[in-house]
Design a protein around this ligand. Sequence first.
Ligand code: SF4
Ligand code: SF4
Length: 306
Amino acid sequence: MERIDNSYQLRKYYFMLRNGIKEFLYALTHQKIKTKKFPEIINIETSIICNANCVTCPHKSIKRKINMEFETVKKIIDNASKYPVKEIHPFNYGEPFIYPQFIELLRYVRKKMPKTKLIVYSNGAAMTEEQMTTVIKERLLDKINFSLDAASPKTYKLIRGLDYKKTVEKINYFIALKRKYGSNLDISVSFVLTSGNEKELKLFKKYWKGKARLHIALDDGRSGRAFINRFSKMPCKSPFIRMFILTDGRVVCCEHDARGDMILGNINNNSLEEIWNSKEYRNLRMMHNSQNKKRVPLCKNCRARF
Ligand code: SF4
Ligand code: SF4
């Protein structure tokens, strides 16, 4: 495994092989995905502001409401709290810690949905000392991943447009707080391997091992799914288990719909249940389960099957 981790090419072939086996098994069974009664995972895009400038991120070109109204957030949580939702992810295209009511939101979810996991992916650079202390002391998160993708200031600047030293200091401070307060928060640091940063993986692992859980992924951060055959007819799970609510209340099926090209509903007009069971959502699932996802413009060329 060590050898695979250290080589972009080897890791790529490993995932291609794994996906090939999955495809083969699917071709034998044509197994359909069952729709959940209610989404298991809900992403709430609280803000589209981000302090980073990642090369691959389209967030700067997104044109919609900047921050979700906190009243809208509450409405979503009140509605979702009637169901056994597994995870709430309070972000989409934007840095979660920048949302002005970020802490308030976490407290609200904890109060209304105590059994639901709160999960955040962050670049780590925007966290304030106060936010970090509150999150740890009040146990407001279950899991946090810091997306780094580099182990040197130069590469980090190139990939994320941020100051490596400052970010690492913040993450270390956060880890120290976790230890100090005996928190069981799951902290991970991620490295999305590309041919441009693979040389730094060894250093990355050496530095973070024992401090945080390591998450090594390929290209789109989805553990090799980027290497799925683009002619694959296998359905994607996302429309069957997930819902993404944009800052303006419109609903999309996954994070790949950055601009909101395929709107499945709007929480300003309908409840989450109504949207989840809407003609639009059902139609999308039917296309996936009937091996027709190529007829869905958004999914046509997507290789990031969830
Ligand atoms: S940190 Fe996330 S939201 Fe911000 S620019 Fe990078 S990928 Fe986009
Ligand atoms: S196939 Fe891709 S675009 Fe379509 S729902 Fe799945 S992840 Fe989203």
